[in-house]
Design a protein around this ligand. Structure first.
Ligand code: SF4
Length: 400
């Protein structure tokens, strides 16, 4: 079934839409709040669990909407507790989310928060040369519920009591990575785990603008995910017109630009989007965003050996950061199997950081978490798909 052919998932509906529908069905508005409590606080996964809704209402809901969370295929955790989740969607497509524990080098101040990095597309059409997500092309946009579902499924998985695995993991043990021995059980209200969201996983988020914004409004709403807009960072490779559109949104999401090159020559070499929206155009869209929102943005800069790690880049990068009142997040490259790029030495990374600090730019160097678990965007999915292609007979389906 294609994404457009299946009935909408109930989690892609806003409260207003549900109130209108329930009114058509001659149901009082408080029933909507009961439903929303089941969806976002209890994180129910079946209509049967919603025992305070009448059976006929549950049947009507079931006939109108799907109610599904992505299915866990594979989970990897590293010694520093970064955890990577590979999910299977209803049509068999694979996507990734990464759960990152508190770190001073990520977004905002240090606290006991958890950050989740979510995907917005299956594959990616933008073809950045260093990235695993684009290697096998673009497949489709995620629907709002598939974006929201990554948050709910991670929270559900994380808070589940210990129980024997009925492995929603690959049936070949050589492909299971570090298997989880926990599985969500009965629905109960659970405390929220994720209080920071970065939209920086597989896909270009602003190329799936409408679905992304619907998902984020629901994740931000007090009746939904309850994640503050200021705790949500949208990252883009530089879709200038969409950055301007985002500047008009009333919610105060944070913006991060995947810059990775401070001059057109370097950036165009590794990011084809720069040929469409070169730095002058991107910078002007960013300035517009800053002017409308009055908020600081982040420039993400992956340091790749011999490509963009020369000190020549630090001057232009500092000028750009100063002009945009942006902070700079330096990230040593995570190698991707099949790609020729590598991470610079620690010395080179530190020298680049020091040059930025000398320019009095707020810069951090990420001491990368998850380097050992294929943490670069798209890597786990790519590896799994390739393993499956070379291991006929290995099933992705859940054993009985
Ligand atoms: S870096 Fe982002 S925009 Fe570029 S190919 Fe990867 S997922 Fe797509």
């Amino acid at each position: 079934m294609t994404a457009s052919a299946r009935p909408p998932d109930v989690r892609s509906q806003t409260r207003e839409q549900l109130v209108a529908l329930f009114s058509e069905w001659q149901q009082p508005a408080y029933r909507v709040d009961q439903l929303l409590h089941w969806l976002y606080t209890t994180r129910a996964t079946s209509w049967e669990q919603m025992t305070n809704l009448s059976r006929p209402l549950r049947e009507k809901l079931a006939a109108t909407f799907t109610l599904a969370l992505p299915e866990l295929v594979r989970k990897q955790g590293s010694h520093d507790t970064t955890q990577k989740f590979l999910w299977r969607l209803f049509d068999g497509q694979l996507i990734e989310s990464v759960l990152i524990p508190a770190s001073p080098a990520l977004y905002g101040e240090v606290s006991d928060r958890h950050t989740l990095c979510v995907s917005t597309q299956v594959g990616c059409a933008y073809g950045c040369q260093f990235c695993a997500s684009g290697l096998e092309g673009y497949k489709r946009n995620l629907t709002p519920d598939e974006i929201i579902g990554q948050v709910l499924a991670v929270e559900r998985w994380h808070s589940a009591p210990s129980a024997p695995v009925s492995p929603a993991t690959l049936s070949d043990p050589s492909l299971t990575g570090t298997p989880s021995h926990r599985k969500p059980t009965a629905a109960t209200s659970r405390p929220r785990l994720i209080n920071n969201l970065v939209i920086m996983g597989m896909g270009e988020p602003l190329a799936n603008y409408d679905h992304l914004l619907t998902a984020l409004r629901i994740l931000n709403a007090s009746w939904g995910g309850g994640i503050g807009a200021r705790k949500i960072t949208i990252s883009t490779s530089g879709l200038a017109p969409k950055i301007r559109q985002l500047a008009e949104e009333p919610l105060q999401f944070r913006l991060a630009i995947s810059l990775h090159g401070a001059t057109d020559i370097v950036r165009s070499k590794i990011m084809p989007i720069n040929r469409k929206y070169p730095l002058t155009e991107l910078t002007s869209a960013c300035e517009y965003h800053v002017a409308r929102k009055g908020k600081m943005m982040t420039l993400e800069y992956i340091l790749i050996a011999g490509i963009n790690d020369s000190l020549d880049q630090t001057g232009p990068l500092a000028r750009l950061a100063r002009r945009l009142h942006a902070k700079v997040n330096l990230i040593p490259y995570n190698t991707v199997e099949g790609l020729p790029w590598s991470r610079p030495t620690e010395e080179v990374c530190e020298r680049f950081l020091q040059a930025m600090l000398n320019e009095e730019i707020g810069a951090t160097l990420r001491r990368e978490k998850g380097h050992d678990i294929d943490a670069a965007c798209g890597q786990l999915r790519l590896k799994t798909e390739r393993q499956l292609a070379h291991a006929p007979g290995v099933r992705l389906d859940t054993p009985p």
